[in-house]
Design a protein around this ligand. Structure first.
Ligand SMILES: *[C@@H]1O[C@H](CO)[C@@H](O)[C@H](O)[C@H]1NC(C)=O
Ligand SMILES: *[C@@H]1O[C@H](CO)[C@@H](O)[C@H](O)[C@H]1NC(C)=O
Length: 330
C-alpha cells in the first residue's frame, strides 16, 4: 500500500504540476505562435540589431553606463503566488518585460538629455498584472500567453499601471465581463461617504497607459540574444519542475534536466563563470526569497542545459500614452 502510494505520488509529481502555458487562440497548453496571434511579428530582430559582436557577458541588472559605472535597468520583482496560488507567470513575465523596457528607453532618453517633463514619467512604471488577468483575453490564473497579452495591449491602446488595479491572484473578471467594458476592472478607485462611512468604487477613465507599439516572437538563439541586448528582456518558456530543489553547482548555476514547458520567465542576460561555465540570467516571479533574490542562472552548455530557443521567446516594444485630458482634478 505504502509503495503504491509512493509510486502514485511520484507520478503526480512528474505530471501533476499544472501548466501555466495556455494559448487562448488554440486552447492548447502550448505557447501561441505568431500565426495564432494577429499582428505578431515572427522574425529575427530588425536590421541593425546585430548578432555579431555580442558580448560574452551581458546583464540588464548591471549595465555599463559609463567608464567603470554599472547600473541596473530592471524594475521591481514580483510574486505571482500571493495572496493565493495563481498560474499567472505569463502575465508577470509580460509585465516585467514591458516595465524593464520602459526603464531602458527612459535611461536612453536621459542619456541624451531628454527626461520627460512630467516628473512621474521619470520613475519606474509597473504595469497592472491584475488588469491583464481581468480583461486581457490572454489567460487567467489557470495559465495564459505573453504574446497574446502583448497583442491585447496593442489592440486596446494600453494597459494601466498597478496603482489602477492591485494584484489579487484571482480570476475576478474575464474579457467579456461588463466591468471590462465599463473600465472598472482596468482602473478604479474608491471614495468614502463620510456620513455613512461606506466606501464606493468607480472606474477611473483618464490614466497613463502602457502601450505596445509592436510585438512578436524571437526563436533562434543568436536572435534572442541580439533582441535582449538591443532592446531589453524577453519572456521565455521553461519547465518549472527544474527550478526546484537544489540542483545547482557551487556558484549557484542551475542544472537543467527537464524537457517540455509549463512556465514563463524573463530572460535578461547571460554570463560566464570563472571556470568557463556559460549561463543564462533570468527572472522568476516567485518572490525575492526564491533563489538569488528572485533571479536565477541556468546552464547554457550540456549536460543539463536550458535553451531559450527550445520553446522560443516573446518581445514587445512599449510606449507611454498619456490620457487625452491630463489636467483632471487632482
Ligand atoms: C465571464 O464572466 C461572466 C460574468 O462577468 C460570466 O457570466 C461568464 O461565464 C464568464 N466566462 C467565462 C468563460 O468564464
Ligand atoms: C517537466 O519536467 C518534469 C521532470 O523531468 C517532467 O516530469 C514533466 O513532465 C515536464 N513537464 C512538461 C510540461 O513537459
Amino acid at each position: 500500500m505504502g509503495r503504491v502510494l509512493a509510486a502514485l505520488l511520484v507520478l503526480t509529481r512528474a505530471d501533476g504540476r499544472p501548466s501555466e502555458v495556455l494559448c487562448p487562440a488554440t486552447g492548447r497548453r502550448e505557447r501561441c505562435t505568431a500565426h495564432d496571434v494577429p499582428g505578431a511579428q515572427a522574425r529575427a530582430p530588425p536590421a541593425g540589431l546585430e548578432t555579431r559582436a555580442l558580448p560574452r557577458a551581458f546583464d540588464w541588472n548591471a549595465v555599463e553606463v559609463a567608464w567603470r559605472q554599472r547600473l541596473s535597468l530592471t524594475t521591481t520583482d514580483l510574486n505571482q503566488h500571493i495572496p493565493t496560488y495563481c498560474g499567472s507567470c505569463w502575465a508577470h513575465a509580460a509585465a516585467s518585460t514591458l516595465a524593464d523596457r520602459l526603464k531602458i528607453q527612459l535611461f536612453r532618453s536621459a542619456a541624451h538629455g531628454a527626461l520627460p517633463e512630467a516628473s512621474g514619467r521619470s520613475r519606474d512604471i509597473i504595469p497592472s498584472v491584475q488588469a491583464l488577468i481581468n480583461c486581457g483575453d490572454a489567460g487567467s490564473c489557470y495559465g495564459g500567453d505573453s504574446l497574446a497579452a502583448f497583442a491585447w495591449i496593442h489592440r486596446v491602446g494600453g494597459l494601466p499601471d498597478v496603482t489602477c488595479q492591485q494584484y489579487q491572484a484571482r480570476n475576478v473578471y474575464n474579457a467579456s465581463s461588463p466591468e471590462c467594458a465599463s473600465g472598472e476592472a482596468l482602473c478604479h478607485t474608491c471614495a468614502i461617504d463620510f456620513a455613512t462611512r461606506t466606501s464606493t468604487c468607480a472606474a477611473v477613465r483618464a490614466y497613463t497607459r502602457i502601450g505596445v507599439a509592436s510585438f512578436g516572437t524571437v526563436d533562434a538563439e543568436p536572435d534572442i540574444m541580439a533582441e535582449v541586448h538591443a532592446r531589453g528582456p524577453v519572456a521565455c518558456h521553461i519547465n518549472a519542475s527544474c527550478l526546484e530543489g537544489a540542483d545547482h553547482d557551487s556558484a549557484g548555476v542551475w542544472n537543467y534536466r527537464c524537457a517540455g514547458h509549463n512556465h514563463v520567465i524573463q530572460l535578461a542576460g547571460w554570463g560566464e563563470g570563472a571556470d568557463g561555465t556559460r549561463y543564462w540570467i533570468a527572472r522568476n516571479s516567485w518572490g525575492t526569497f526564491w533563489a538569488d533574490h528572485g533571479w536565477f542562472r541556468v546552464r547554457r552548455d550540456p549536460p543539463f542545459a536550458w535553451s531559450p530557443a527550445e520553446f522560443g521567446c516573446n518581445w514587445a516594444e512599449p510606449f507611454i500614452a498619456e490620457p487625452a485630458a491630463v489636467a483632471v482634478a487632482r
